[in-house]
Design a protein around this ligand. Structure first.
Ligand code: WT7
Length: 656
């Protein structure tokens, strides 16, 4: 097909503006979506009737009972595929067993010390069914909440899918979170059981996860927890509380591998995942079954142009939403072979990732800009040592990618052959929303390009008016989508206020963005008090309240400053109580305190003691001033442009 003149013009004008990378003819020819025209036609068709578009995608899943209505919308509350019954684990496993995929590898796993394991779909089915029976024997039924605090081992996915099989709602807590953080989350959603492991490996060290769980549960701090199941990963000694704690492998002896997959309402709560917002308390983002699975399955297939013979690797930890949607649910619903790696990218050396790509002949590789910037710093000699010719598609997620890092990724890892999909989405959106389609969309380094078919994204002013080309505004979504969060667990008012009240009749994402002449979306960053540090999302208020809970601290204000590797570094301005003296020792103590309260990921990169915090007459901390002060000490080679910073500041002022 030859592009029509308007598309041709559009492509030419992008070209005149910046580097443009159209998909290669070979890639397009074999892709699910083969041209920009095809994408645009699909987009227009979907926009004409969004529920009907998503209903067609939902048909790719196996339903026990068909739905009657694709979407019921009572702003801001959505129900997708109303009346349908479905099971996520059944769709991720059972339905593949009647096909040739039965003996296909579902999971190929590498432990940090180097162990290798493969689970076929049939083996995964047995493992999940057994563990579902274990949970059932411990009294877990449909509607209960189960916390999962594990290293990245296949059993983490097994535990999630076992919950899904029964209709128990899982809440996975990232293994880097502290006992305090576990306690807050478990209490907030009233978990009955925690699945954990004796430990895991990270950069050669043992992480003692069970000990952290024990501290979280000490002094009956989480009265809802009745049982703890412990997977043996590292073989360390752990203390087991009789009656409460059980070994996974012992319980498994007592069950069969027959377990019925519960037909659940399409809106049945699949999982709760906590994420940071503007206030001190993390929010429990609730995702339900039918809509979530529809959009994760659809996006995995089309954004990653997934084919049955691919080996697919998303490097995210399953403790974050990327791992939920693009390590577990999306790929397995498509019957993909998923590669998982337990540990750090620089262990035992900087070549670890590339060595594994060579060893497992990985075809699709999805990672975060912060990781790419670290690879750049470590040097291209490491990837150059390995055969990366199996790669055919690259992806990024989590924060804006600076064009230089994009170019490095494209050239050094993708050998100027692999399209890069820069995917914008959030814990709240559940699945990818804005992204190139790799066989269709001409790529420009640094932009997530266009919204996917079925997604009505826009960039608007505070009052909801679309901004013109080149102007900055707020990123919003104007029509409900299947994998959207349904509420904040236990707090529908906060859900309404945070996401649906800022801009009339729109979902407010919390990001500032610009649109270029060609309608490409450039995401600049958060306009709220959320810091994106090394791809981890943290609320400044959360870190502030951790700091002020230390007896030496009177007041604290936390801001982000641009950082070459992390995207944003955490800077804390702290005033001290009475006669306390701010010195290096106290800085260290405060960092350790934050690590205890939240986790090491939240440790400030810099602490500045000050006599007073700058405040407005009404007593509000002048964050803009602090951000400027913090940025003054920033290292050379900042990744955020001055123009972007000024756009964000302006949007933030609108907010205040
Ligand atoms: C925030 C959401 C869901 C993926 C993991 C992060 C930022 C995410 C991009 C991108 C620019 C991005 C946004 C968003 N973000 N992807 N491709 N380009 N920014 O999920 O922890 O919920 O964070 O990450 O600021 O709001 P999350």
């Amino acid at each position: 097909m030859t592009p029509d003149t308007s598309t041709q013009k559009e492509i030419e004008s992008v070209l005149s503006e910046s580097r443009l990378f159209p998909p290669s003819p070979e890639f397009s020819a074999a892709a699910h979506i083969k041209s920009f025209e095809e994408y645009e036609a699909l987009y227009t068709e979907a926009a004409a009737d969004i529920p009907a578009f998503w209903a067609r995608q939902a048909e790719a899943l196996d339903w026990f009972q068909p739905w009657q209505t694709a979407l019921e919308w009572n702003e801001p509350f959505a129900k997708w595929f109303v009346g349908g019954t479905i099971n996520a684990a059944y769709n991720c496993i059972d339905r593949h067993l009647s096909t040739w995929r039965r003996n296909k590898a579902a999971i190929i796993w590498e432990g940090e010390p180097g162990e290798l394991r493969t689970l076929t779909y049939l083996q995964l089915h047995r493992a999940v069914s057994r563990f579902a029976n274990v949970l059932k024997n411990l009294g877990i039924t449909t509607g209960d909440r189960v916390a999962i605090y594990m290293p990245l081992v296949p059993e983490l996915a097994v535990a999630m899918l076992a919950c899904a099989r029964l209709g128990a709602t899982h809440t996975v807590i990232f293994g880097g979170f502290s006992s305090e953080a576990i306690r807050d989350r478990v209490k907030d959603c009233g978990c009955k059981l925690i699945v954990t492991a004796d430990g895991g490996y990270r950069r050669g060290a043992e992480l003692r996860l069970k000990e952290t769980v024990d501290r979280a549960l000490a002094d009956n701090a989480c009265p809802s927890i009745e049982q703890v199941v412990v997977f043996r990963r590292i073989g360390s000694h752990v203390s087991m509380l009789p009656g409460r704690d059980h070994w996974w492998h012992e319980l498994e002896q007592a069950v069969t591998s027959d377990c019925f997959a519960e037909p659940l309402d399409s809106e049945h709560p699949l999982f709760i995942l906590y994420t940071s917002g503007t206030t001190g308390k993390p929010k429990g983002i609730l995702h339900t079954t039918g809509g979530y699975l529809t959009q994760t399955a659809y996006t995995t297939k089309y954004v990653f142009d997934l084919k049955d013979e691919d080996v697919y690797w998303c490097t995210a930890d399953i403790g974050w939403v990327t791992g939920h949607s693009y390590v577990v649910y999306g790929p397995l619903a498509n019957g993909a072979t998923v590669f998982m790696y337990e540990g750090a990218p620089n262990y035992p050396d900087f070549g670890r990732f590339w060595q594994m790509i060579e060893r497992h002949r990985i075809n699709i590789f999805y990672t975060a800009p912060t990781a790419i910037r670290a690879f750049v710093k470590w040097g291209e000699q490491y990837p150059l040592r390995y055969d990366l010719s199996s790669l055919r598609l690259l992806g990024t997620v989590g924060e804006p990618i600076n064009p230089e890092a994009w170019m490095w990724y494209y050239r050094v890892i993708g050998k100027s052959r692999c399209p890069i999909v820069d995917t914008w989405w959030q814990t709240e959106t559940g699945a990818i929303m804005i992204s190139p389609l790799p066989g269709a969309t001409p790529l420009v380094p640094g932009t997530a390009t266009r919204p996917l078919p079925g997604i009505l994204a826009d960039i608007v002013t505070k009052s909801g008016k679309p901004v013109g080309p080149g102007e900055g505004g707020y990123l919003v979504i104007k029509h409900p989508w299947p994998s959207m969060l349904r509420t904040i667990w236990g707090d529908p008012e906060r859900y309404k206020k945070t996401y649906w009240s800022e801009i009339p009749n729109c979902y407010f994402a919390g990001d500032g963005a610009r649109r270029d002449e060609n309608g490409y979306f450039w995401i600049i960053g958060r306009v709220d008090d959320v810091i994106n540090t090394s791809g981890h999302r943290l609320g400044t208020a959360e870190i502030e309240s951790a700091l002020v809970s230390h007896e030496a601290v009177a007041e604290a204000a936390v801001v982000g400053r641009p950082d070459e590797i992390k995207g944003q570094a955490i800077v804390a301005f702290v005033t001290l109580e009475g006669n306390r003296v701010g010195n290096e020792e106290l800085k260290e103590e405060l960092c350790a305190h934050v690590a205890r309260e939240i986790g090491s990921l939240a440790k400030p990169d810099e602490i500045r003691f000050t006599d007073a915090l700058p405040k407005t007459r009404s007593g509000k901390i002048m964050r803009r001033l602090l951000r400027e002060l913090a940025a003054g000490g920033a290292v050379a080679g900042d990744i955020t442009t001055l123009e972007d910073i000024s756009v964000l500041e302006r949007l933030r002022e609108d907010e205040e």
